[in-house]
Write a protein that binds this ligand. Structure first.
Ligand code: TYD
Ligand code: MG
Length: 459
């Protein structure tokens, strides 16, 4: 780097912004007295100085001559995990695994150590925990049936001693559980604060790069949306993964948000079970498994996660409302979207929804962010209100506009293929989309619809 070296910097404890000089007010978030000093930890500094004081000019490599063969990767041998990582863990990379407390981050990483330790070149894996004692981790490992002489535990939260241990023990892979528990004595700030968490992450990044050892850090998403949580660390690390799902349901989605060594469009699907996380190779099948055929208020649609389509079951329940103000509850779909769908149903179809409390649910704890399920959700609500089931073999795709018109959606072919694969033979699609070259297969019937009203009579 050509910039002059400073070993000091200031970080705002409120928003995480960084400054070279102290100032009374953070110019990023306008809070007063929130800047704190970060000193680069002495141990890391000394190892860094060693490299620099050598003063031997580096060799230049012409871009043409750079070996473009793939990065050296360690496979976790959990295929859903490897895919999200872009083919495995790159040597010397710093990977952040974020997610709500209790979602299964520790479980997933502990489990992945079994597959990781199958790599012959790895002899020592270090699991650093500031959250649980070695005994607690051992108990969990027993529950997960993990028995492995390559895994070493360190119950420690002091940054300097973690760094010293890595330097001395030279493990092949390190897991830090969690970054919020790691603190440095050299910083006055409390553990878990932005300043501590950032400082620890930067130190670990330097160690990963200097030693070529990959390091995983676990970060809890905090309730208020991530102050001192993983969000403030995203730009500091090589790979950012989030584990999502509903704590009280079993499905988990592992999502790649950033990856300096691969695509970010991949997701991995898991199910949290009695003995840890299991991979879900055929999500559509699992999500539809417990479907009650012939029930009213149920519709099947699809979402695209990563590059894969999968089918989801949407359930609505409408019950007579006894108060002046009918209740609307939604899980898996944004409540505002539900309110909008109900308004469209009242206005454009003329179903009186004011007499019903209305509950909407996406089976499996999946959170849907696309509007391509609008039509299915609206039809499930109408089906519930009229107590008239939708045909069991029908899959429904389409977005709803405010006039009750059905809008085209992306990746329709992929969704249709998945629906056909799962045995659906009546497929409701937006008329808008039908210009594309859709080929009906066998007895599969496409029902092209223009408006919500028109689609009602056809499911
Ligand atoms: P955990 O991995 O500790 O979550 P995190 O590290 O993200 O905070 O997972 C905690 C939850 O998972 C806990 O409520 C118990 C449940 N669990 C299982 O259902 N099966 C299992 O095999 C294990 C180990 C945990
Ligand atoms: Mg944990």
């Amino acid at each position: 780097m050509s910039m002059p070296k400073t070993n000091l910097k200031f970080v705002c404890n409120n928003c995480g912004a960084e400054f070279l000089r102290w100032q009374g007010k953070c110019s990023a978030c306008n809070e007063w007295e929130t800047l704190e000093e970060i000193k680069i930890s002495s141990r890391v500094q000394s190892s860094k100085l060693k490299v620099q004081s050598g003063g031997v000019a580096a060799q230049l490599i012409s871009l043409d001559k750079v070996d473009s063969k793939n990065f050296e990767r360690i496979k976790t041998n959990i295929s859903e995990f490897d895919r999200v990582l872009g083919g495995g863990i790159v040597l010397g990379s710093l990977v952040l695994l974020g997610g709500d407390p209790g979602i299964g981050k520790s479980t997933l990483l502990l489990q992945s150590l079994v597959g990781i330790s199958q790599n012959k070149s790895l002899t020592k894996i270090l699991y650093v925990s500031g959250e649980e004692s070695a005994q607690q981790i051992k108990l969990r490992a027993e529950r997960l049936k993990i028995k492995n002489e390559k895994i070493f535990l360190l119950a420690e939260s002091d940054l300097e001693s973690i760094l010293a241990t890595i330097e001395m023990e030279k493990p092949n892979l390190v897991i830090i559980d969690s970054i919020q528990t790691v603190y440095s004595d050299q910083i006055a700030s409390a553990s878990g604060s932005i300043v501590q968490v950032k400082n620890a992450t930067e130190s670990l990044m330097r160690v990963a790069k200097a030693t070529n050892v990959p390091i995983f850090i676990i970060g809890h998403v905090t309730k208020d949306g991530g102050i001192a949580g993983p969000k403030t660390l995203e730009h500091l690390v090589d790979v950012v993964l989030y584990l999502e799902g509903d704590r009280y349901q079993s499905f988990r989605i592992l999502r790649g948000i950033k990856n300096r060594f691969g695509k970010t469009s991949e997701v991995g699907i898991f199910e949290m079970e009695e003995n840890g996380m299991t991979e879900v190779a055929n999500p559509s099948k699992v999500f539809l498994e417990e479907r009650l055929e012939g029930a009213s208020g149920v519709a099947v649609s699809s979402i695209i996660e990563g590059n894969r389509p999968f089918l989801v079951e949407i359930q609505a329940l409408c019950s007579k409302s006894y108060f002046g103000y009918p209740k609307r509850t939604s899980s898996g779909i944004d409540l505002n979207r539900l309110n909008l769908l109900i308004a469209i149903i009242e206005k454009r179809v003329g179903v009186d929804m004011s007499q019903f409390d209305c509950y909407l649910n996406v089976v499996g704890g999946i959170r849907i962010r696309e509007n391509s399920v609008d039509l299915a959700a609206a039809l499930s609500i109408i089906s519930a209100a009229k107590n008239k089931p939708i045909d069991d073999h029908t899959a429904i795709f389409g977005e709803l506009g405010l006039s009750g018109e059905i809008r085209s959606i992306p990746n329709l072919e992929k969704r249709i293929e998945e629906a056909i694969r799962m045995g659906f033979d009546k497929i409701v699609i937006p008329k808008q989309n039908s210009q594309s070259k859709l080929k009906p297969v066998g007895k599969v019937k496409f029902i092209e619809v223009r408006t919500l009203k028109e689609s009602m009579g056809r499911v």
